[in-house]
Design a protein around this ligand. Sequence first.
Ligand code: ATP
Ligand code: LTN
Length: 335
Amino acid sequence: MSKAFSGSNVVFSGIQATGAKQLGNYIGAMRQYVATQDEGEAFFCIVDLHSITADYDPQDLHDRTLDLAALLYAVGLDPKRCTLFLQSHVTAHAESAWLLSAVTGFGQLGRMTQFKEKGEGKEFVSAGLFTYPVLMAGDILLYQTDIVPVGDDQRQHVELARDIAQRFNARYGETFTIPRGVFPQVGARIMDLQEPTKKMSTSAGTPQGTVLILDEPDTIRKKFKTAVTDSGREVRYAPDEKPGVSNLIEILSVASGTSIPEVEAAYDGRGYGDLKGDVGEAVVTLFAPVKERYAELRADDGELRRLLSVGAEKARETAKPTLESMYERMGFVLR
Ligand code: ATP
Ligand code: LTN
């Protein structure tokens, strides 16, 4: 089943439907999705099944799902060059999660930092939050994926997916390609502008420190103007020592397409005020065309649903032979 030789890569990544998408999602993930569309066969999945593992509102999940599809096309996913689909439209995802739970250690899941962080202090922690990485492993493995573009916070989950694949292959025979995570060189972990030692996040961050892709230009400018910086005035990239300024440097580097040393040189002796103003402006410029395309695409519900249905068909066909081999090798009597 694993590819003996393939001239091109299979790319797979997933993104949650709930929560407004923020600058970290764009820099750490979406920007990479767009770039990897041409590396081979690319699958991008709106992981709606993952969204029910934390407290959520059904109506919100429903609306946000189509919002996110429009946003992903707006940032540059091209239905002709990649397959975008909803996880719940391809039942193989839920099925593979159950099958793979047989080769996932209970202890391994307990060591996942995302589980510990998201579960901490909560009155109710769902079993789904605990088994979430098994569903994610199935997402990836069903497509014989070679590369998984994600932000730094998903490193441990991708490692676990590799482990699960290896254990399955060893126990039941070669079935899965062993996937590899790819992380952007700059911007793999964008930090909250108010608390720069924490990652930017709509579910766990501060609202003022989280820049949404669809924020109004003035809101974006204001969030950057009020960003927390570090002591001193020196614009120097040193994430451990100067997390606030280093985060702004990374964002400007990506938004303006200049390297980190170039950014440092440009602000030599100028202080933080200029830097904050310019980063805000660069991000406004970066998102202006996205906002415009989003408004057009979101207005046509019918077309979005049609594109997602074409995507799901393609995903179902691709996942089917792998799911069948899983059943067969695990000893199930096939229909
Ligand atoms: P949130 O923390 O905002 O609730 P999330 O990270 O839990 O979001 P997704 O929206 O599914 O969940 O994340 C999609 C992608 O965005 C993942 O590849 C993730 O690594 C990446 N990502 C999320 N936040 C950041 C960040 N602050 N910096 C870089 N990449 C990020
Ligand atoms: N857990 C990921 C989302 C996700 C994913 C995937 C990413 C679900 N399935 C498969 C890559 C590949 C997150 O970012 N929260």
